[in-house]
Design a protein around this ligand. Structure first.
Ligand SMILES: [Zn+2]
Length: 115
């Protein structure tokens, strides 16, 4: 049955949700900072690589957070968790659309009965 299949799929999606507080929304960008003077590294043209987490809010406002190198892996993991969670939520909502249909139960071609 379509309804049973949708319910089963929903349970499976629920089981795959990353249940964790390690969640971050946004993008991790790598930037190069160059000092104008007094820095031998920048004088050699190397610059400094820094990581910035950029978060956009409704209305287009953004916030930026600098991320220390040793926390980059954790931030990447949290961003991936957020994406996984978001995809699963979207998929569950799509299934729930199917479950909202009043004829979901009668959608089987065999059951032609009308009340
Ligand atoms: Zn420098």
């Amino acid at each position: 049955m379509i309804r049973d299949r949708a319910l089963h799929k929903r349970e499976k999606l629920l089981g795959k949700l990353p249940v964790t507080g390690e969640l971050l929304r946004g993008s991790l960008l790598e930037r190069t900072i160059r000092h104008r003077k007094g820095c031998p590294k920048c004088a050699r043209g190397e610059g400094h690589h820094v990581f910035v987490l950029t978060v956009t809010y409704p209305g287009g406002r953004t916030r930026q957070f600098s991320v220390r190198r040793e926390r980059v892996a954790e931030v990447r993991r949290s961003l991936a968790n957020y994406q996984k969670l978001k995809e699963a939520i979207e998929a569950i909502c799509e299934l729930n659309h199917d479950l909202l249909r009043p004829d979901a139960r009668a959608a089987k071609p065999r059951s032609r009965k009308h009340d």
